[in-house]
Design a protein around this ligand. Structure first.
Ligand SMILES: Nc1ncnc2c1ncn2[C@@H]1O[C@H](COP(=O)(O)OP(=O)(O)OP(=O)(O)O)[C@@H](O)[C@H]1O
Length: 295
């Protein structure tokens, strides 16, 4: 049986200020930065063309995970979003897209072949969902956002040829990206500003070799003077491996949980092995959490 959960002992676990009247006020955030919270997209400096795309996609109100993550993302903080709550990909895609559009007049190293953002996801299916979502978000922008994919089912030569035509966002499976990076010498990191690990729990579980390679690469890039790549992670689940992995990559990180239950699960159960089925654990935690709320 778990002990009682005392949130107070997690000094960095931030909720909204008391008296705040929004739905997201119970969404916990943990990390070194102060709580940054938005009520709606209009409070951020999101690019107006992304807002127009939202309108077409029927995205009107922010989901709680978006209200609690979007400002960290736009401020270029390393951000980890955790939980079943929907809206994580839209949050980071909108932030990355806004940043690309707002800086579209900035000079890029045009002779360098390399994206501004790399999004790594765990399967062909999850990558193509992200590809579809990105196309919806960026289809109507005046300045085109070029999306290139690197999947193992596509030849490296083909991906390189597409990259040569310009690339803002590269969406890849670990094997696709690994093949690309190890088989070409012309890939450049000079424009790279964002690196996303989508479904990081699955990435670490399935692609140990490739992830070790990317991790070494990112550590080397971050060590380079003047290189500041924002690291973003999104996952439904959380475990010890994810925590260790992000800790070695992120100098400072901010976790945004989808719900208090998800925070409890991570903060309290932490990294002890709990030998019960997932759904039983959920029930125990839910009871425990509401019991504490009543107290
Ligand atoms: N604020 C919103 N309002 C309405 N629909 C939204 C909003 N945010 C996201 N959606 C829609 O919900 C769906 C899932 O969103 P998204 O892919 O961002 O979730 P996710 O948290 O990344 O999901 P997963 O855990 O499955 O990867 C998408 O079709 C998206 O268009």
């Amino acid at each position: 049986m778990t002990d009682q959960i005392n949130f107070k002992k997690y000094k960095d676990l931030l909720y909204n200020n008391e008296g705040s009247k929004n739905n997201g006020n119970l969404t916990p955030v943990y990390g070194p930065y102060e709580k940054l919270y938005l009520n709606d997209w209009g409070q951020s400096d999101i690019h107006h063309e992304i807002v127009q795309a939202f309108d077409k996609m029927n995205i009107k109100q922010m989901k709680p995970i978006q209200q609690n993550s979007f400002l960290y993302l736009t401020k270029h903080y390393n951000t980890a979003m955790i939980g079943f709550s929907k809206g994580k990909s839209v949050s980071y895609l909108a932030s990355i897209g806004s940043s690309i559009l707002s800086n579209s007049n900035n000079k890029v190293e045009s002779c360098d072949i390399g994206p501004k953002a790399i999004i790594l996801s765990s399967s062909l299916r999850s990558c193509s969902l992200l590809e579809d979502l990105s196309k919806l978000l960026f289809s109507t922008t005046k300045n085109k956002i070029n999306i290139v994919v690197a999947y193992e089912s596509i030849s490296v030569q083909h991906t390189i040829a597409t990259l040569c035509n310009g690339c803002d966002i590269l969406i890849a499976t670990p094997t696709g990206l690994h093949n690309l990076l190890t088989q070409t010498k012309i890939f450049s990191y000079s424009n790279l500003k964002h690196f996303v690990f989508d479904n990081i729990d699955l990435l670490l579980d399935i692609y140990k070799t490739q992830i070790a390679y990317f991790s070494q690469l990112l550590i080397k890039l971050k060590e380079n003077k003047g290189c500041s790549i924002q690291l973003i992670s999104a996952s439904v689940k959380w475990n010890k491996e994810v925590d260790m992995f992000l800790n070695q990559l992120f100098l400072k990180w901010q976790y945004i949980f989808g719900s208090p239950l998800e925070a409890v699960r991570y903060m309290k159960i932490g990294f002890n092995v709990v030998l019960v089925e997932d759904d039983k654990l959920e029930k125990i935690l839910r009871k425990q959490f509401f019991f504490n709320l009543i107290l």
